[in-house]
Write a protein that binds this ligand. Structure first.
Ligand code: AMP
Ligand code: MG
Length: 314
């Protein structure tokens, strides 16, 4: 069993010693290692079985530390940082050579985030290097929002799990780039577009083929997930053992024990927090062969939830 606890000093020593530490954040748990150390980065890629053309996000606790690793912080990035950091936002910068090409899949840019999680920021304060931390799951599987999920993915190779309880937001960060006068949205995430628009004009990046690390399937349970109208999907797959991921109420077509409600208050934030943990539960239920869900209201965080549901179902 991988060692876990709230010992920041121990986690810090492990990271300084090229070790791998799972870190809690407000979005999902990350598989952390020294972002400027090739040995640590190689360990992250091989543990996660992640393709090397999928660059890692670097995490730290201050703009000063980011400045040591990037060529410049543009004016708009300062504005975004002031409003949304610490928080679920990742910004792409031009990188300095101190960031190894292995960390960024040979791109001349690097992604940085300052997460909002007290224990993790304390840990970062003790380090003089950023922590590369992709989600702490095997590549392509559902991202972890609790340490139980981390244990479902890994049984060894990790030096320590820093326990921060359940993740408050439950979906990954929003990834932004800065282009002339526009804020380019590379990946939808927990920071919603309505809020980003308050800082500047946004443009959705949709050239999927050239986007590093944008894979069609992602965040997927092992069981096949179908998205659409629940009633007709239940009819089409009536010969299968069906589980339903419901937004705010259970349906009459299937045994209620095989259904999970994301938010009985129809609250999208609650649905977002519960999305991955509900998928983990449905995926591990023995009496279910396939999972059925419908898209949620496509507003606010609902847009991000729908993006993840579609990618899980590909
Ligand atoms: P995650 O797997 O949640 O840690 O997110 C990593 C994702 O961030 C990658 O799959 C890329 O989509 C994106 N990313 C990281 N670094 C860069 C970069 N330099 N340029 C563009 N996207 C990046
Ligand atoms: Mg991930």
């Amino acid at each position: 069993m991988i060692k876990s606890g709230k010992n920041i000093d121990y986690a810090s020593r492990m990271l300084k010693d090229d070790g791998i530490v799972v870190i809690p954040t407000e979005t999902v748990y990350g598989l952390g290692g020294n972002a400027i150390n090739i040995n640590s980065i190689n360990k992250i890629y091989s543990l996660k079985k992640r393709p090397k053309n999928d660059p890692l996000i670097c995490h730290t606790d201050s703009l000063d530390k980011i400045l040591k690793h990037v060529n410049k912080i543009p004016e708009t990035a300062y504005k975004l940082a002031e409003k949304f950091w610490p928080g679920p936002m990742t910004i792409i910068f031009e990188k300095k050579n101190i960031i190894p090409n292995l960390t960024t899949s040979n791109l001349n840019t690097v992604a940085f985030r300052i997460p909002k999680k007290k224990i993790t920021l304390e840990l970062f304060k003790s380090l003089n290097f950023p922590v590369a931390a992709p989600s702490a799951n095997i590549f392509g599987y559902i991202s972890p929002t609790s340490i139980e999920h981390v244990h479902k993915n890994f049984s060894n190779g990790i030096d320590y799990i820093l326990d921060g309880g359940n993740c408050k937001l439950g979906i990954e960060s929003t990834i932004l780039g800065l282009k002339k006068n526009k804020i380019l949205i590379y990946r939808l995430g927990s920071l919603i577009l309505n809020d980003i628009k308050k800082i500047g004009d946004i443009e959705l990046f949709n050239n999927e083929e050239n986007y590093p690390g944008s894979f069609k399937t992602h965040y997927s349970p092992r069981k096949k997930l179908y998205i659409g109208d629940i009633k007709s999907l239940c009819k089409s797959y009536q010969h299968k053992k069906i589980g339903i991921l419901c937004f705010d109420k259970k349906y009459e077509y299937v045994d209620k024990k095989k259904q999970i409600v994301l938010s009985d208050k129809s609250c999208l934030n609650e649905a977002s927090r519960n999305l991955y943990s509900s998928l983990y539960k449905l995926d591990s239920m023995k009496n279910i062969e396939i999972i059925i869900s419908s898209l949620l209201p496509n507003d606010f965080i609902g847009t991000t939830i729908n993006d993840r549901l579609k990618k899980s179902a590909e």
